[in-house]
Design a protein around this ligand. Structure first.
Ligand code: NAI
Length: 252
């Protein structure tokens, strides 16, 4: 199918300066959406937006710290001013690769708060600020969780718990917004090769590959189809769901 119904839609992808977020933004731009690369790293976001424009897409960069309510409000307002709408929000920004893996009883309260602030409060704040622009207009919220929630990956309790919270939040939001024409779903990637994840895991190319039904490593583009589908009208009767994209490493 060539037309996903995404042409002209205004899409915000947080944490899209690189990695999975950039792949989502590129996929949405290629499908005709006008994308906003919202990231803490504004230089990298600007570069990413220019790359998409060079490819013929419509893209802008917007600085944001998703854990800061005022910053999120300013970012959403800026994108709305530029595009006149906010139709799609992909809550992708997250901290994980730089986190030191350790037993839960060694995680400090400060580390816990930082992970929760970005990974769980961030999507909440972004959805809260975007929703008024979506209400009654067929909005789409895609929350990037992680398949680690279902395996309970050890030594990463703050991260895994934050992503578990994202899945719970997705279900609540879906129920609250269903009659406003806004769908809310979670995309749960398995381990995927990005610059960040390669730096975090030794022998990343082979990490977990043997456990999958499909014996190869995942690349960011493997996640894009599910994101486009959840952002498009093709999934209009799907809400509150979590789609695991991990080559069959686990079934939920
Ligand atoms: P990444 O580290 O390459 O990208 C994260 C992006 O978020 C960066 O551009 C960073 O600048 C931005 N960011 C961080 N804190 C921010 C903040 N407070 N406000 C705004 N932007 C902020 O990571 P990657 O690998 O692309 O992961 C993207 C998402 O996918 C994350 O939510 C991650 O937890 C999730 N994920 C990744 C998996 C993987 O194996 N790569 C597996 C499962 C989930």
């Amino acid at each position: 199918m060539s037309d996903l119904g995404l042409a002209g839609k205004a899409a915000i992808i947080t944490g899209a300066a690189g990695g999975l977020g950039f792949a989502f933004a590129e996929g949405l731009a290629r499908a005709g959406a006008r994308v906003a690369i919202a990231d803490l790293n504004i230089d990298a976001a600007g570069k990413a937006a220019r790359t998409l424009v060079d490819q013929g897409g419509t893209a802008m960069a917007a600085a944001v710290d998703v854990s800061d309510e005022a910053s999120v409000g300013a970012m959403i307002a800026r994108v709305h001013d530029a595009y006149g709408a906010v139709d799609i929000l992909v809550n992708n920004a997250g901290v994980y690769a730089g986190l030191q893996r350790k037993p839960f009883y060694e995680i400090t309260a400060g580390e816990w708060d930082r992970v929760m602030n970005v990974n769980l409060k961030g999507p909440f704040l972004c959805a809260k600020a975007a929703y008024p622009h979506m209400k009654g207009r067929g909005g789409k919220i895609v929350n990037v969780a992680s398949a680690t929630v279902f395996s309970g990956s050890p030594l990463w309790m703050h991260y895994v718990s934050s992503k578990g919270g994202v899945i719970a939040m997705t279900r609540v939001m879906a129920r609250e917004l269903g009659n406003d024409g806004v769908t809310v779903n979670a995309l749960a990637p398995g381990f995927t090769l990005t610059e960040a994840s390669r730096a975090a895991i030794a022998d990343a190319e082979n990490y977990g590959v043997a456990r999958g039904a499909i014996h190869r490593a995942a690349h960011p583009n493997d996640m894009v189809g599910a994101c486009l589908w959840l952002a498009s009208p093709l999934s209009d009767f799907v809400t509150g769901q979590t789609i695991v994209v991990d080559g069959g490493r686990q079934f939920i």
